[in-house]
Write a protein that binds this ligand. Structure first.
Ligand SMILES: [Zn+2]
Length: 291
């Protein structure tokens, strides 16, 4: 996962009027949200552009698909979910009073996330592990659940949100690329990370292997840059230019138009570099610019 800035979504002419009319009809009980799904599908390409075709939750490239617009706050009946005591599987419960969906947010672009089907639909993979966000929207404190728009700010969502600037930085990864929680067991951050990994299925083998594969391709660029940085400190001839050239390649890797995936993991790997603070301070600067 990585931050996606959704401040400026291109809205077609008259789109806001259509969305407002649909919201009013939905709140009045005249329609269900899916009756007007064409409205959010119209924004699919605008949302896709913001991440250059990558899923906002797991960062895989998404093949052209119909169901790529996820509602962060579910548009349909919300299902309760929590982690079992061992933190490994999910347990479901009924939300009381029943929550028929965040209707006020069903046609609000700020609630839309560009998502692959693995992240937004409930499913089991071949290993039998379940994933998919579906109609789950767990809260740190269930008692604060919002039943109307004015109460929305009271909620502390559990699911990591790619549109919040800092949420993605809560994820840690082991040497196999498997995400884990670094926080005290049972703390709000711990619950956020563990449940998000489960519900977005961020520890799927394909993703773990993909992260490592990207790091193996990317790491030689960092090693080269390190070499030229040390030569530059030694004032070797041409080292300045060579170091700049390597930085440029790294910048291209993270460029918004590049098709590279799992950039959040690469930033995490850079953060873990033992020599980042003393020997190679440029890495910290790099993280600030690409992260
Ligand atoms: Zn995904």
């Amino acid at each position: 996962m990585r931050f996606v800035d959704n401040t400026f979504i291109n809205l077609p002419v008259n789109w806001e009027d259509k969305a407002e009319a649909a919201t009013n009809e939905l709140l009045a009980g005249n329609i269900v949200a899916d009756d007007r799904s064409a409205i959010w599908k119209e924004l699919k390409e605008s949302l896709e552009t913001l991440s250059n075709g990558r899923c906002w939750y797991c960062e895989t490239n998404i093949p052209r698909a119909d169901n790529a617009v996820d509602h962060y706050r579910p548009k349909g009946k919300v299902q309760g979910v929590a982690l079992t005591a061992d933190g490994k599987s999910l347990t479901r419960f009924d939300i009381v009073p029943e929550h028929s969906g965040y209707k006020w947010a069903a046609f609000n672009p700020e609630n839309f996330r560009f998502s692959c089907q693995h992240c937004n639909e409930y499913r089991k993979d071949l290993q039998g592990t379940a994933g998919g966000k579906w109609n789950y929207f767990p809260l740190v404190n269930e008692a604060q659940r919002a039943y109307e728009v004015l109460d929305e700010d009271n909620e502390v969502p559990v699911l990591l949100d790619p549109c919040k600037r800092l949420d993605w930085r809560l994820l840690s990864y082991d040497i196999s690329g498997v995400p884990f929680s670094r926080f005290e067991e049972g703390s709000p951050e711990d619950i956020k990370v563990k449940l998000s990994i489960r519900l977005y299925h961020l520890d799927q083998n394909r993703l773990n292997e993909g992260r490592i594969a990207q790091w193996k391709l990317f790491k030689p660029l960092i090693d080269e840059a390190k070499k030229w940085y040390l030569k530059k400190l030694r004032q070797d001839q041409g080292a300045d230019a060579c170091f700049e050239k390597e930085l440029r390649k790294i910048g291209q890797w993270f460029h918004p138009k590049s098709k590279n995936t799992y950039l959040g993991f690469l930033v995490y790997q850079l953060e873990q570099d033992k020599n980042k603070d003393l020997l190679h301070p440029w890495i910290g600067e790099l993280i600030r610019t690409v992260g």
